[in-house]
Design a protein around this ligand. Structure first.
Ligand SMILES: C[S@@+](CC[C@H](N)C(=O)[O-])C[C@H]1O[C@@H](n2cnc3c(N)ncnc32)[C@H](O)[C@@H]1O
Ligand code: SF4
Length: 458
C-alpha cells in the first residue's frame, strides 16, 4: 500500500469507530430496563434457535495505565471483586431464565478492565456459572482479554480448563521510557513468558494489542516493539491509535502533552507499522487489525463474512449479543441496551429485581440500511449498491444523495472508486474507513454540534 502521509493528515478529524451503528452517544434513557426485558421475551418465543453471543465485563484493574480509555476501576480490594461477582451471577441467572431452551452460545468474550485480575478460582466459578445457565456449542469461540503483568500460569490453566480457546494480550509497547510515561511497566520477558504458557496450554488464536501515539514513541522505538511482537508469531495483532480523550477520561491528563508524538510522527509510525507487518506475512484487515492469512479473520475477510462488533472485527455474524456486568452492551437485530456505568447503580438495579439497563436504542428502518452499508464498507471494502437496493427496496443514489455528495472529495483523492454498481475502497482509503463511513452516518452532524465525543480518525 502506498501511504501518503500528507493525505492522511488532511483527513484527521474526530469521528466514531463504528463498532455499532447508530453509535453509543445515541443510546438514551427512553429505552428502559423494562423495554429490554420485553425485547428479550419477544425474541425468545419457544422454538427460537438463533445462536447467542455473550460478553462479560470485568471492570477491575490492579493499577491505572494513564492512557486507558476502557471502562475500568482500579482496586485491590478482594471483597469488592467478590461482591461484583455475586451480582454478575444474579444478572446471568435472571437473563438466562428468559432465554428459549435450545439456543446455544457460539461465542463468549470476557473483556475489561482486566478479567485476569480475578483469581483462578474466581474465574473458574464465573465460567461454571455461565455454563450452568446457558447451553454452549461444543465448538464455541471463548476468548478473554488478559494482562500479562501479575499473571500466573494458574490463571491460564483455569481459563483453558473452563473452555477458553482464544485470548487477547495487552502489550502496547516494549520500551521502558514509554512504559514509564504511561505507568505500565511490563518487561518484555513477562509478555514472552505468558505468550509461551498460552501456546503450551493450547490457546489456538492469540492476539496482541499494541498502541501507537503514546508518549516518547518514535518510528525507531516502535519498530523495535513491532519486530519483537512479530517474533512471537501471534495469529492477530491489533495496533490501536491512542485515543486521547481527556474530556471523557480525565486521568489521561497525567500524560504530558509535550511527550506525545506529533501528528506527522504518528503517521510515520503508522506507515512503518503497516509496511513491517505486511512484509512479515500479516494481512491488513482494516482499522487497527492485522491477521495471519490462515487466521479466521483473514479468511472471513476473503469470504465476505466479516462483521464488526464492540470488540472490533469478528467472524460470527447473526448471533444475539447479551452483555453482562457494569457498562456492558447487548445488541439484537432491533435494539441496543447498555447497562449502568457505575457499580452502585448496577447493584441497585439488580437488588430491585430488574435488569441493569441504563440506556438503549431501538433501530429505525433507516438505521438498518445505514448500518448495513457502513458494516459492508468497513468489512469488505466493497459495497454492492444494487444488492442494497434489492435488500431494502430503495434507490441507492436518491436515498444516499447527501452521502454521495459527501463522497465526492474522497473520490477525487482516490480513497474510494465507483466501479459499475460497486463502491470500492482503494489505496489509502483503507486507512480512512472511519472517514468513509462518516459520509453515511445520519447523526454525525447533530452529534458534532454537541460537546466533543469522538477521538481523531488518524
Ligand atoms: C481492556 S484492555 C486489554 C486487557 C488488559 N486490561 C490490558 O490492558 O492488558 C483493551 C485494550 O484497549 C487498548 N486501549 C486502552 N486504552 C486505549 C486508548 N485510550 N486508545 C486506544 N486504545 C486503547 C489497549 O491496547 C488495551 O490492550
Ligand atoms: S489498559 Fe488495561 S490494564 Fe491498563 S488500566 Fe486500562 S483496562 Fe486496566
Amino acid at each position: 500500500m502506498n501511504i501518503d502521509v500528507a493525505l492522511l493528515k488532511k483527513y484527521d478529524r474526530p469521528g466514531p469507530r463504528y463498532t455499532s451503528y447508530p453509535t453509543a452517544p445515541l443510546f438514551n434513557a427512553a429505552f428502559t430496563a423494562a423495554d429490554f426485558r420485553n425485547e428479550i421475551v419477544a425474541t425468545n418465543s419457544p422454538g427460537t434457535t438463533a445462536d447467542l453471543s455473550l460478553y462479560v465485563h470485568i471492570p477491575f484493574c490492579d493499577t491505572l495505565c494513564f492512557f486507558c480509555g476502557c471502562t475500568m476501576l482500579v482496586t485491590r480490594d478482594r471483597k469488592r471483586i467478590d461482591e461484583y461477582l455475586r451480582y454478575l451471577k444474579t444478572e446471568i441467572s435472571r437473563i438466562a431464565s428468559l432465554i428459549a431452551p435450545g439456543r446455544r452460545v457460539t461465542q463468549l468474550h470476557w473483556g475489561g478492565g482486566t478479567p485476569t485480575h480475578l483469581s483462578p478460582e474466581e474465574m473458574r466459578e464465573l465460567a461454571s456459572a455461565l455454563r450452568s445457565a446457558f447451553e454452549f456449542a461444543p465448538d464455541a469461540e471463548c476468548s478473554v482479554e488478559i494482562d500479562p503483568r501479575e499473571l500466573d500460569r494458574e490463571h491460564l490453566e483455569a481459563l483453558a480448563e473452563s473452555g477458553f480457546n482464544r485470548m487477547s494480550m495487552g502489550v502496547q509497547d516494549f520500551e521502558l521510557p514509554v512504559q514509564s510515561a504511561v505507568n505500565r511497566i511490563q518487561p518484555e520477558w513477562v509478555s514472552r513468558q505468558v505468550y509461551g504458557w498460552a501456546r503450551e496450554l493450547g490457546f489456538s488464536s492469540i492476539n496482541i494489542d499494541l498502541m501507537y501515539g503514546l508518549p516518547h514513541q518514535t518510528v525507531d522505538s516502535f519498530e523495535r516493539t513491532v519486530r519483537g511482537v512479530i517474533g512471537y508469531s501471534p495469529d492477530r495483532i491489533a495496533v490501536f491509535n491512542y485515543a486521547h480523550v481527556p474530556w471523557l477520561k480525565p486521568h489521561q491528563k497525567l500524560i504530558h502533552q509535550d511527550d506525545l508524538p506529533t501528528p506527522e510522527a504518528k503517521l510515520d509510525i503508522l506507515k512503518m507499522t503497516i509496511e513491517l507487518l505486511t512484509a512479515n506475512g500479516y494481512e491488513y484487515i482494516g482499522m487497527d487489525h492485522f491477521a495471519r492469512p490462515d487466521d479466521e479473520l483473514a479468511r472471513a475477510r476473503a469470504n465476505r463474512t466479516l462483521y464488526r462488533n464492540f470488540q472490533g472485527y469478528s467472524t460470527k455474524a447473526g448471533a444475539d449479543l447479551y452483555g453482562f456486568g457494569m457498562s456492558a452492551i447487548s445488541h439484537f437485530e432491533n435494539i441496543y441496551a447498555q447497562n449502568t456505568k457505575t457499580l452502585t447503580e448496577y447493584y441497585r438495579a439488580l437488588d430491585a429485581g430488574t435488569l441493569a439497563t441504563h440506556v438503549g436504542y431501538r433501530m429505525t428502518a433507516d438505521d438498518h440500511v445505514r448500518k448495513h452499508v457502513i458494516m459492508r464498507l468497513m468489512c469488505d471494502l466493497d459495497l454492492d449498491m444494487e444488492s442494497v437496493e434489492r435488500r431494502f427496496g430503495i434507490q441507492f443514489e436518491t436515498y444516499f444523495a447527501r452521502a454521495m455528495d459527501a463522497l465526492v472529495p474522497l473520490e477525487q483523492d482516490r480513497l474510494i472508486e465507483r466501479r459499475g454498481n460497486h463502491l470500492v475502497i482503494v489505496g489509502p482509503g483503507r486507512l480512512l474507513l472511519r472517514n468513509i463511513a462518516m459520509c453515511f452516518d445520519a447523526y454525525l452532524e447533530r452529534l458534532s454540534k454537541e460537546k466533543p465525543i469522538f477521538s481523531r480518525t488518524v
